[in-house]
Ligand binder design. Structure first.
Ligand SMILES: NC(=O)c1ccc[n+]([C@@H]2O[C@H](COP(=O)([O-])OP(=O)(O)OC[C@H]3O[C@@H](n4cnc5c(N)ncnc54)[C@H](OP(=O)(O)O)[C@@H]3O)[C@@H](O)[C@H]2O)c1
Length: 193
């Protein structure tokens, strides 16, 4: 049985994941910056995706209230300062800090190492992109790995939530490659194994 997916954020990432999941026959709702809608969408979803800017997470959590309790809470954020530096170092991660703020949700870090332009298919240049999911709840992580597979990604279990530190630094490196080193956004990671 496919879970209903509530996506907070209807920008590049939120809308791409919605398209990909709907194509894979998931029931999906997403919402932009609308406090009542955020609470309703999170309450409706059986899993919730946070596709808002890192700086908007605290507002979003306040708006969601208890709506994500007990559910997979998928953190797609790249943990950036307003001037596009990595906001947290290697001794913690945005996802671990998020888990401390919502202890009863099952936080999974996922999808942040891909560009939004490919999130509706999980593919670039005719190849499946590897996406990584890190989290401490095995069942919630299996749900997220399946979501990604259903969209078309190559899914890799990246271990416990503390490994989000490396997914967030990898996401930052991806941005550096794409923008600072001018490789563009048609580049993605693939784990050969
Ligand atoms: N773009 C990428 O390639 C990419 C790749 C991987 C990860 N990410 C991460 O994914 C997240 C979303 O990126 P994006 O490119 O989709 O950004 P975006 O296009 O700017 O969309 C951001 C979304 O968040 C909503 N939002 C902003 N402040 C909010 C708040 N306080 N409460 C609730 N919603 C709020 C916005 O709503 P309104 O428009 O109504 O304000 C919008 O729907 C970011 O954390 C980013 O780092 C992005």
């Amino acid at each position: 049985m496919k879970p209903k997916i509530g996506i907070i954020g209807d920008g590049n990432v939120g809308s791409a994941l919605k398209r990909g999941l709907e194509r894979a026959k998931y029931e999906v709702k997403n919402v932009g910056h609308n406090p009542k809608g955020v609470q309703e969408t999170a309450a409706w979803g059986e899993a919730v995706i946070l596709a808002v800017p890192f700086a908007a997470l605290d507002d979003t959590l306040r708006e969601m209230g208890k709506a994500a309790e007990g559910k997979p809470l998928i953190d797609v954020t790249n943990v950036l300062t307003p001037d596009y530096q990595l906001a947290l170092g290697c001794t913690t991660s945005g996802a671990e800090e998020l888990q401390k703020k919502v202890p009863s949700a099952k936080v999974i870090k996922a999808f942040n190492t891909a560009f939004a332009g490919h999130m509706d298919t999980g593919r670039v240049r005719n190849e499946a992109i590897t996406f990584f999911a890190a989290g401490d709840d095995g069942e919630a992580k299996a749900t997220v790995l399946q979501l990604g597979r259903d969209i078309g990604f190559d899914a890799v279990d990246a271990g416990p939530l503390r490994n989000a530190r490396w997914l967030e630094t990898l996401g930052y490196f991806h941005i550096l490659l794409g923008y600072n080193l001018k490789m563009g956004t048609d580049i993605e990671f693939k784990l050969i194994r």
